[in-house]
Design a protein around this ligand. Sequence first.
Ligand SMILES: Nc1nc2c(ncn2[C@@H]2O[C@H](COP(=O)(O)OP(=O)(O)O)[C@@H](O)[C@H]2O)c(=O)[nH]1
Ligand SMILES: [Mg+2]
Length: 698
Amino acid sequence: MKVYEPANLRNVVVLGHGHTGKTQLVSALLYTAGMVNRLGLVDEGTSVTDYDEEEIQRKFSVAIGLAYAEWAKCKVNLIDTPGYNMFFHETQGALPVADGALLLIHGVSGVEVQTEKAWNLCEKRGIPCAFVINQLDRDRASLDRSLEALRASFGRGVIPVELPLGIEKDFHGVADLIKMKGYDYPANGSGKAKEGDIPADLAEAAGKAHEALVELVAEGNDELMEKFFEVGTLPAEDVREELRREFLERRLFPVLCVSGLRNQGSENLLNFIADFFPSPGEVGEVEGSLPGGGEPEKRKRTTQEPALAYVFKTVADAFAGRVSYFRVFSGVVKNDAHLENFSRGSSERLAHISVTQGKTQTNVTELQAGDIGAVTKLKDTLTGDTLGDKSAPFLIPKPKLAEPAISFAIEPKTRGDEDKLGTAIHRMTEEDQLLRFSRDPQTKELLLSGAGQQHVELAVSKLKRRYHVDVTLKAPKVPYRETIRARTQAQGKYKRQTGGHGQYGDCRIKMEPLARGSGFEFANEIFGGAIPKNYIPAVEKGIRDAAEKGFLAGCPVVDFKVILYDGSYHDVDSSDLAFQIAGSFAFKKCMEMAKPCLLEPVMAVEIIVPDNFSGDIMGNLNGRRGRIQGMEPKSGNSIIKAMVPLAEMLSYASDLTSMTQGRGSYSMDFSHYDPVPAQIAEKIVAAGRPAGAEKEEE
Ligand SMILES: Nc1nc2c(ncn2[C@@H]2O[C@H](COP(=O)(O)OP(=O)(O)O)[C@@H](O)[C@H]2O)c(=O)[nH]1
Ligand SMILES: [Mg+2]
């Protein structure tokens, strides 16, 4: 494997809505560049970057896939990403290592929800972005309609640099609007084009599109504008140079045309990447901070600087162990280098660095600034860590991830599964930082949390396939709570005479409701030593423990205040334990009269769907006891905001998918607790009341 200098590297992230054909296109580009010896097909499970068994089975990407094409003296690193909202955190993880983006558009569907999200990611990081209209071989695919949608969403800087030759099933290549040449691709998928003149029937349209391109390019440069007005056109070399400059500045967003499935338009796309996309040296200095103090720090992206690398992905491979994927940001990372992990303050040895072509690793001797590679068996380096030459500390900021939106309860099927679960989950959470594992303190269930149902289901499937751990996935128990609605007071007395030493505790308390979210308050208003000071914490503890166990349905009682105002004691028989029990008795008596009720968590939900679904979605939310807070249109989509009880959202992911044919997405955060309507509460109480609650004794 050749060593590539920064000037000959291109780091390209492939973004787009699910099913636009990102993975298929990457396979087509790799085949065209001669990197693989057959055209991999997503539909047959032979694509290069969806090699994971979970991806092959699902036929869509769930993780970043890495590949490279050696083309026109360049090494083009291609980072394939998942398009589904559920795996958006994976996609986000690829952005820090990309210098340019291909944003794929489905030739029939146009701009979709994830198109916008991907666009926003690039905008935030100032990453140049070229649009690729894919699947132009399909019925009803159209460049014109796609352009209209793109311009409506992203402005007039969207400009085609190619036109399709032939439409729908007759699509067979592209007309290059800079060179003004036609490129005819065979139907056999070889990806090899024949250059010729633009066909006569397209000549006029191509002429107009060429003029539009030249004019828009000239707009960004006064000198060129003058020249353009004088002569009426511009030399191709000027157009290229200026187009490139404005593409890198994100003033212009070139549009290219392909069919990834038929491998048409691929050579032109590869040439475009090699000629127009930035090399790592052209994207400004690396911005980061000094470890410890967090002071801003910059670093030149040259090979002369000390080594600096950033780990953007970690895979727990069953055979190779931990594989860390990194990008070199400055200097040179040599095989067998010893680097400092600045994020953790430890040192690592990078034995066996390699480059990645889908599932295949090829060892290399060194990787220069800008290049992307992999290394196995780092000790304690994880995704988001910065490694580098010990003499030159530096931290590269890692993207801020969303928090998990949903939790499911998991239950190991056998004792053996239970034993293996911990290690397996640990590996999986290393690999996927949005996956969380915990035990619910209230319900004692094991919880697996993630971005959504599919994300958690994927984790369960991986547990079984990779780690042979079988668990059942259940909807989690909703963390209900209890509270009171009336003021009450009661006495709790515990007295026992057994043989010699007895037990004695006696307290009188008042109980009153507090505002939502206040939790529990305890006030001591005993005067004159009716209960000695040292027993008062015991009374409080007795009440707290009883409140934790619940009264109606075994859920913690919250938002109430207890005032201890009287009681009595015995010189010999009183003890902490006796006063704890007395406290719990008083609490239970109060609860009986305090009009207790159940509270449920309510979520703030945000749903994004194409406009035509918004009516159905809102009707459906009403059925879930949701309260709509508002609706905003956003370029063909509606953003619906609502407050919905968590209990009604447990199956939302799959319902939304089926209601919108997979085109809707949602997120939710905890908002507050609200009383459960009486009818529903009755059922929960019937199911949840702890059996054989202990009887009071006086
Ligand atoms: N007709 C047609 N189908 C395509 C094309 N590219 C991809 N597909 C199909 O679209 C589906 C999704 O492709 P995939 O590459 O997995 O999309 P991704 O989710 O963007 O990675 C698969 O069934 C592909 O075979 C194309 O250019 N033409
Ligand atoms: Mg994919």
